[in-house]
Design a protein around this ligand. Structure first.
Ligand code: HEM
Length: 426
């Protein structure tokens, strides 16, 4: 019998380690066990409180006075104080760039509004619609580069360059600089998702410094001569009665847009493709009725949400759903487990492309910090999947997935590789 199991053969909650890559590769059984036994669970390996039920999570996210976003994610990950990034990282930026400050995702109302309004101005539905032709053009161009080979590594050759190029172009970097962009985004994300030593922290900070100086040049250029990109909206939009954002604030908001708009969409696209392979009958069904692609994508976002959980800080000693939480404790808002909650989604572990409430998932969060890039992500996914289905068929794995199949940590889950083969349609 598994040593991590009780007499009935069931694993005990405390024996599940979300930091163990093999266990984290398939956390869904654990989620159900948490729902049944301990819906607000203190993860022993991290000390964080994991809120896992759909309704509880939504209630928690609405209470921004008790559960604050004002915390350093780098600090939380690296075990530093809550009020700042670990010294070495902050030092590099303080001395030669723009030190991080709490903006947008790291603020609570009412301050949050100051940044949110600006980001919403940049991501209006009509602006996202104007980006659709470019997304479609790029989708075709990427497919053209590998379609005649009959196979490709889907993540490197499609799901990464599509959102990468779109967001790079939106932040004013030529699409051809996708490799630079990838290096930037990866280095900036790293200290937020894994524990690093001092040297690694310094290396990441140096890359962020490079990004900051590049952006600073762009801020100046777009103030002098606005274009149709995101940076131009960000530096030139003015709200009545409000001071314009300082360069340090802008640096901080842009960093969140770069981080938010890249890894998540890469993962969501890869997961959607993996579902088409796992449930191959969907390929013909969706090709024959494209109006169903939208719901398929919502179900894919629900079923394997790229963001498992994001952080909040308790502003005081409190009690939530019967669990005592101490001041300054970190709470993990469990988007992944909430999307597998049987009280919200019937047979939650079943992939059902026709599920009528698939769109009620929390993959984009909820309430104050609901993802402003959700529309762009959905546009990218809809265009990509519809065009892929038009151009290739009989898609299957060309190589087995590695074990573990995902890069996963307590916050994110993402397929590592996806080698596919297929037949060309056109
Ligand atoms: C499938 C793709 C995506 C997923 C799964 C996703 C997920 C999320 C989630 C769960 C949140 C809530 C954060 C919280 O509760 O603290 C969020 C917020 C955010 N996302 Fe996304 N996101 C995606 C795409 C994007 C894109 C394309 C962008 C921008 C280009 C973006 C930018 C942001 C920003 C800036 C926030 C913070 C908003 C605020 O604090 O008001 N995301 N996202």
């Amino acid at each position: 019998m598994d040593s991590n199991a009780d007499a009935a053969g069931k694993k005990r909650l405390e024996d599940f380690n979300p930091l163990d890559p093999i266990q984290a590769d398939d956390p869904y059984e654990w989620y159900s066990q948490l729902h049944a036994e301990c819906p607000v669970y203190r993860i022993p390996q991290t000390g964080m409180y994991f809120v896992t039920k759909y309704d509880d999570l939504r209630a928690m996210l609405r209470d921004t006075e008790t559960f604050s976003n004002n915390l350093s994610v780098i600090g939380a990950m690296q075990g530093a104080k809550q009020d700042g990034d670990r010294d070495v990282y902050g030092e590099v930026l303080r001395e030669r760039g723009w030190e991080h400050m709490m903006t947008l995702q790291r603020t609570d109302p009412p301050l949050h509004r100051r940044y949110r309004e600006l980001v919403e101005a940049a991501f209006t539905a009509s602006r996202v619609r104007t980006m659709a032709p470019r997304i479609e053009e790029l989708t075709h161009q990427l497919i053209d580069t590998w379609i005649d080979d009959g196979e490709c590594e889907f993540i490197e050759q499609f799901s990464l360059p599509l959102p990468g190029t779109i967001i790079a172009e939106q932040v004013g970097l030529p699409g051809s600089e996708i490799k630079t962009f990838k290096r930037w985004a990866t280095a900036m994300m790293k200290p937020q998702i894994m524990k690093l030593n001092e040297e690694e922290m310094r290396e990441c900070a140096e890359v962020e410094l490079e990004v900051q100086h590049y952006l600073d040049g762009l801020f100046k250029a777009r103030r002098a001569a606005p274009q149709s990109d995101l940076i131009s909206v960000m530096v030139n939009t003015r709200f009545e009665g409000q001071e314009p954002l300082t360069d340090r604030e802008l640096q901080s908001v842009m960093r969140q847009l770069i981080n938010g708009g890249y890894e998540t969409v890469i993962t969501a696209l890869a997961h959607a493709m993996w579902q088409l392979i796992r449930f191959p009958e969907l390929q013909n069904e969706l090709r024959e009725d494209k109006s169903r692609v939208k719901n398929f994508i919502e179900e894919s976002l629900r079923w394997e949400s790229p963001v498992i959980g994001l952080f909040r800080r308790a502003t005081k000693d409190t009690e939530f759903k019967g669990v005592k939480i101490e001041k300054d404790a970190i709470i993990l808002a469990g988007y992944g487990p909430a999307n597998r909650d049987a009280d919200k989604f019937t047979c939650p572990h079943q992939f059902d492309a026709k599920r009528d409430n698939a769109g009620a998932h929390l993959a984009f969060g909820s309430a104050t910090h609901f993802c402003p890039g959700g529309q762009l992500a959905r546009q990218e996914m809809n265009s990509a999947i519809s065009i892929l289905l038009d151009r290739i068929r009989d898609i299957e794995l060309a190589r087995p997935l590695p074990i573990p199949a995902h890069h996963s940590d307590i916050s994110h889950i993402a397929l590592k590789q996806l080698h596919i083969k297929f037949k060309k349609i056109r």
